[in-house]
Design a protein around this ligand. Structure first.
Ligand code: HEC
Ligand code: HEC
Length: 237
């Protein structure tokens, strides 16, 4: 009897020592991770960014981040600043804890580091001479001429769109009210590689837009922004 009991104890001990998976005990994967300790890119990006910037950084309502030209245009300081503080007046939220968001500075740095590691392809854009990321608005009149030359073929003479090319209106008051001047500038320079909008090199149908033309077109677009978005209200009956 004692021998049997002893053997049972020994067997039980051996079993316990041999595995870390008692019934009900969470595996390392299942253990609770405090929100501020999450550093996994898929989780951070998936929970915070993918809804607007697209599951793989493309094809979302907001500008694609999975774009080598964009990642060459914006440096780490730009990406960290915008992600931390958001863009006032648009739907881009402030994520830094210090700005009322939910992410630590370390998490924001990890996001930016990983976006670059996964989506930047410096060789693809080597030798491209990019306009500056940010610059003051240019001249509205000259912008109208640059628009007619570089954009109207797809967006229409008035910016309302051309069937089969660009569908939406880029002079719609509600759209312009929700996008910043920098957001427009980013689109003019980087295009929307996910939706078939060319970057600044392709927009003019040959010659790349010059830095002056970029600033001018952005000024023209910004000048279409209504003073009171949403009004006059559409007629209802
Ligand atoms: C609710 C929608 C929304 C979410 C969520 C969101 N963004 Fe944005 N984001 C936007 C919009 C809209 C813009 C463009 C704002 C503007 O007009 O300048 C933007 C702009 C940006 C830009 C700057 C683009 C430029 O012009 O240089 C970066 C970088 C960026 N977002 C990163 C992120 C990251 C990283 C996350 C997740 C941590 C995130 N965003 C989550 C909507 C969102
Ligand atoms: C070859 C066609 C083409 C040309 C040329 C072109 N675009 Fe676009 N653009 C598109 C398409 C396609 C989209 C995606 C949305 C759509 O279908 O309306 C787009 C989207 C945009 C958007 C909205 C981006 C967003 O999602 O926030 C803006 C603003 C814009 N274009 C401005 C311009 C300007 C300014 C020029 C000239 C410098 C230009 N485009 C030239 C095809 C073009």
């Amino acid at each position: 009897m004692r021998r049997v009991a002893g053997a049972l104890v020994a067997a039980t001990l051996a079993l316990l020592a041999g595995c870390d998976s008692l019934p009900g005990r969470p595996t390392p994967d299942q253990r609770y991770v405090r929100p501020e300790q999450v550093t996994d890119f898929a989780t951070l990006y998936g929970q915070n960014c993918s809804g607007c910037h697209g599951a793989d950084g493309r094809l979302g309502p907001a500008h694609p981040l999975n774009d080598p030209l964009y990642l060459a245009l914006a440096d780490d300081a730009d990406l960290i600043r915008v992600t931390s503080r958001g863009v006032a007046g648009t739907t881009m939220p402030a994520f830094a804890l210090s700005a009322g968001g939910t992410l630590t500075d370390a998490q924001i740095a990890a996001l930016v580091r990983e976006m670059r590691a996964r989506w930047a392809r410096p060789l693809d854009v080597a030798g491209v001479s990019l306009p500056a990321y940010a610059a003051p608005l240019g001249d509205v009149q000259r912008g109208a001429a640059a628009y007619a030359q570089a954009c109207a073929s797809c967006h229409g003479a008035e910016g309302a769109g051309v069937a089969g090319k660009a569908k939406g209106s880029i002079v719609d008051g509600s759209y312009l009210a929700l996008v910043s001047d920098q957001g427009l500038r980013t689109t003019v320079i980087a295009g929307r590689n996910d939706l078939g909008m060319p970057d600044f090199r392709g927009a003019a149908g040959g010659a790349p837009l010059t830095a002056t033309q970029v600033a001018d077109v952005v000024a023209w677009l910004a000048a279409q922004r209504p003073a009171f978005p949403g009004s006059p209200y559409p007629e209802t009956n």
